[in-house]
Ligand binder design. Structure first.
Ligand SMILES: Nc1ncnc2c1ncn2[C@@H]1O[C@H](COP(=O)(O)OP(=O)(O)O)[C@@H](O)[C@H]1O
Ligand SMILES: [Mg+2]
Length: 294
């Protein structure tokens, strides 16, 4: 009986936001595995007692990135970790988007403004609407969009991030998202599992530190050939071609109508299984295969 750890965060005092977790847990046990839901930062977990640890929803890591990647490193030495620790380290820092662009993958154009960069605010665009967000983020935390006339607010946002030691990303606001939304192509066990579309998250004027709805208007999506091609190019560009148990590629269209990578999520992607109940069996099979492959 394979032993699988489904790795999550401690959501207390709130209930967990991970809707995939109970579904997966039940399905794995029904398939004959012994599945435990465990917190990544629980010092009492004997990681070596598992055949596989699947990172599922470690959603407090974006403000504990160093601690989290150190955990992944340790855990990966004690058991098979999916995705592997080196992938986790690479993917928790969104500077990977610059690497994908350098490798020729169509991405949302991105500039990085690090704490200590001289006169970082001078890097804010003056002629188009743009987004400022952190290189270590999830759920649109600390993300906001600005028109050029709101420069002072954007500079204050930037200063606040830099004071907290966060590197900022500056991107043009991808206008097509208001019409065409953002498409998430989910891969599991090396194959396309399913795709979803969500609507734009950043309403004009919303403060960067306001709570946002992370997946508005989520619906089933059939990916276009162009979307599939860009997603596969992004996956092929991950350094050292690691084995990926799961991956989610988020795409938006550029002004030219061609899809571009907004985010490549290889750490703790939402699977949206509530929207795609038929995908549960394939996920369980891929997890059990990974847990039992020598
Ligand atoms: N350049 C952009 N243009 C338009 N919308 C954006 C842009 N960057 C981020 N957003 C919006 O903010 C959301 C969160 O940004 P994202 O880069 O996906 O970070 P995360 O999901 O890790 O918080 C996206 O789903 C999208 O709706
Ligand atoms: Mg996102």
């Amino acid at each position: 009986m394979p032993r699988v750890a489904l790795v999550t965060y401690d959501p207390r005092p709130r209930p967990s936001k991970d809707r995939d977790l109970p579904v997966l847990h039940t399905a794995l046990e029904a398939a004959g595995a012994e599945a435990d839901v465990v917190c990544w930062d629980d010092a009492g977990i004997d990681w070596a007692s598992y055949d596989l640890a699947v990172i599922r929803s470690t959603w407090d890591y974006s403000w504990r990135a160093a601690e989290f990647t150190a955990w992944a490193q340790r855990c990966g030495k004690l058991t098979r970790l999916a995705n592997p620790a080196a992938v986790v380290r690479w993917n928790t820092d969104k500077r990977y988007l610059g690497e994908l662009a350098a490798a020729g993958v169509p991405t949302v154009p991105t500039r990085y403004l690090a704490p200590g960069d001289a006169d970082a605010a001078a890097g804010l665009p003056g002629d188009h609407e743009y987004v400022v967000k952190p290189t270590s983020g999830a759920g649109a935390r600390y993300a906001a969009r600005y028109t050029p006339d709101r420069r002072e607010e954007a500079a204050a946002h930037l200063a606040r991030m830099h004071a907290e030691g966060l590197t900022a990303m500056v991107q043009p606001y991808m206008r097509s998202i208001d019409e065409g939304g953002e498409r998430a192509l989910q891969f599991f066990g090396g194959r396309l599992l399913h795709a979803s579309r969500k609507r734009a998250v950043l309403a004009p004027g919303t403060a960067f530190d306001a709570d946002k709805v992370a997946h508005p208007g989520l619906e089933v999506w059939t990916p276009t050939p162009a979307e599939l091609a860009v997603a596969r190019r992004a996956l092929a560009a991950v350094p050292e071609a690691p084995e990926l148990l799961y991956a989610r590629v988020d795409l938006v269209d550029g002004d030219d109508g061609e899809p571009r990578v907004m985010e490549l999520e290889l750490v703790e992607p939402n699977l949206f299984l509530f929207l795609h109940p038929d995908s549960v069996a394939a996920v369980v099979t891929a997890i059990l295969t990974a847990a039992t492959t020598p």
